[in-house]
Structure formats: structure tokens, C-alpha cells
Design a protein around this ligand. Structure first.
Ligand code: CIR
Length: 253
């Protein structure tokens, strides 16, 4: 069960953030509304939401997931791989202090984005991407194993972040897309396979009794409900324009 969530309001500079998409510039007012609805969806899952104030110095700071990896026992402050994002960790560490006594850190030359880390029970998967390098992945694996978790490192082929294409849904079930559908690392799971046209919806979040999914993916919704999951849909168009998915917008613990 998750009890807490941290989110951060989008700043006006959000529209100038990093992106590889060709979906156009986000509409800031619309992003604010979508963010508010995202927070409401989380509250409906029964978590207490800590909402951090926007920080206009960091256009991508709304994507709080990349700054930390959290377990019930400790927090790992990452070392985000994009220069313009690196100092986002300062505010996230401050925000986590009331909740955690034990902190670990990813340090240079290691880089790591939280979006490259998937937890499935006691098992973690760490993707090597444009943002997370081999040394960052190795450091996180060492930290997790020293704390009694298991961790496997896998290089990504095409996805931006590991969780761009995969989500853990509890009870040994995964939502998978693209390169993860047949990936040997995930052979032991029951899989909900997301087709290429619905790939964006593979980044969904399992929060207590619900799975929050992006709106506009009826086939994903149908498959999740068939697998016994209650879904909540949230409009994500403006965050998608900046390469962001549902998981990126919160830290859940
Ligand atoms: C970036 O390029 O860093 C942001 N525009 C998007 C970050 C998305 N985060 C995530 O997938 N965990």
C-alpha cells in the first residue's frame, strides 16, 4: 500500500522543457488543469499528496519521479542525467526529509533517472538509457542489494526511460510494450501486452486499489479491467508533449 505521494506543480517554463516529441508546444493552462486532475486521481486512490510549489528555474521539475527512488525503508537521491535537470534533486531531498531517516545517493560519474527504475515486489529492474549510465545503474544495484532487495540491469534499445514501456500492476502482472514484450528479464510475469498504437499507455501507475491510465486508450482500459483492475483515466496530452508519462509526475511511497 502507498500512503504518500509527492508531486510538484508545473512552472510557466514547463513549455520550454526537454523533449524529443514532435507533438508541439504544451499549453500551460491546460497542463495546470491536467496536473490538478492527476492529483485528484491520486487522492481517490487513498494517498496523502504533498504538493511542492513550482520552480521556474527548472522547466522539467514537474517530473519528480526522476529525482529519487523510494522504498518503505530508505530513499535514494538520484543524479539525473540531463544537465538542466540535475539540481532538481535539491528540492526533492528537502521534501523527503520529513518522511525518511535513511538516504543513499547516486554520485558522479554515475547518472541515473528514477524513470529508469521499476520495482516489482522485492525485485528492481534498472534500465541503461540516454540518462542512466552503466555506473549509475551499478551504484543503485549495489545500494538495493545491500538493503536486501534484488536488482537486474538491462540496457534499453528504443524506449526513452525503462518505465516508458512497462508498469508493474501487482500480483505478478506487468503491462508491457515494445521491446519488453518478449524480453527475457520479464519471462516469469503474467503480461498485459500493449500494442504499438497504444504504447503511451504502458506507462500507467498502480496505486493501491486502482490503476491510473492516460485517457484515450480504451483497449488498455479494457485489458486492465479484464485483469481485475479498477482504472481511473487522466488526460495527459500536455505532459506527453514533453516526453512525460503518468509515472513521471509523482513519487509514490
Ligand atoms: C525530460 O526529458 O527529462 C522530461 N521532458 C521528461 C521526463 C519524463 N520522466 C520520466 O519518464 N520518468
Amino acid at each position: 500500500m502507498f500512503k504518500n505521494v509527492i508531486v510538484k506543480k508545473p512552472a510557466p517554463s514547463f513549455v520550454t522543457g526537454l523533449t524529443t516529441s514532435d507533438l508541439g508546444k504544451p499549453d500551460f493552462e491546460k497542463a495546470l488543469i491536467q496536473h490538478r486532475n492527476y492529483v485528484e486521481a491520486l487522492k481517490a486512490c487513498g494517498v496523502a499528496v504533498t504538493e511542492l510549489e513550482a520552480d521556474d528555474r527548472y522547466p522539467d521539475s514537474v517530473f519528480v519521479e526522476d529525482a529519487a527512488v523510494l522504498t518503505p525503508e530508505f530513499a535514494v537521491i538520484t543524479n539525473p542525467g540531463a544537465d538542466t535537470r540535475n539540481r532538481e534533486i535539491e528540492a526533492i531531498e528537502e521534501a523527503l526529509k520529513p518522511f525518511y531517516e535513511k538516504f543513499h545517493y547516486i554520485t558522479q560519474p554515475g547518472t541515473l533517472d528514477g524513470g529508469d527504475v521499476l520495482q516489482a515486489g522485492n525485485q528492481f529492474y534498472i534500465g541503461i538509457s540516454e540518462r542512466t549510465n552503466g555506473e549509475g545503474a551499478r551504484q543503485l544495484k549495489e545500494i538495493l542489494e545491500s538493503e536486501g532487495y534484488e536488482a537486474e540491469i538491462l540496457p534499453l534499445e528504443r524506449f526513452f526511460h525503462l518505465k516508458t514501456g512497462i508498469a508493474y500492476l501487482g500480483d505478478n502482472k506487468l503491462a508491457v510494450a515494445g521491446e519488453f514484450i518478449e524480453h527475457p528479464a520479464f519471462g516469469q510475469y503474467e503480461k498485459i501486452v500493449i500494442g504499438p498504437e497504444d504504447e503511451y499507455s504502458a506507462n500507467c501507475i498502480h496505486v493501491n486499489d486502482f490503476v491510473i491510465i492516460p485517457s484515450g486508450y480504451p483497449e488498455t482500459k479494457r485489458q486492465l479491467e479484464q485483469a481485475g483492475r479498477k482504472t481511473i483515466e487522466v488526460d495527459m496530452t500536455e505532459f506527453r508533449k514533453q516526453d512525460g508519462g503518468l509515472s513521471c509526475l509523482s513519487l509514490r511511497f
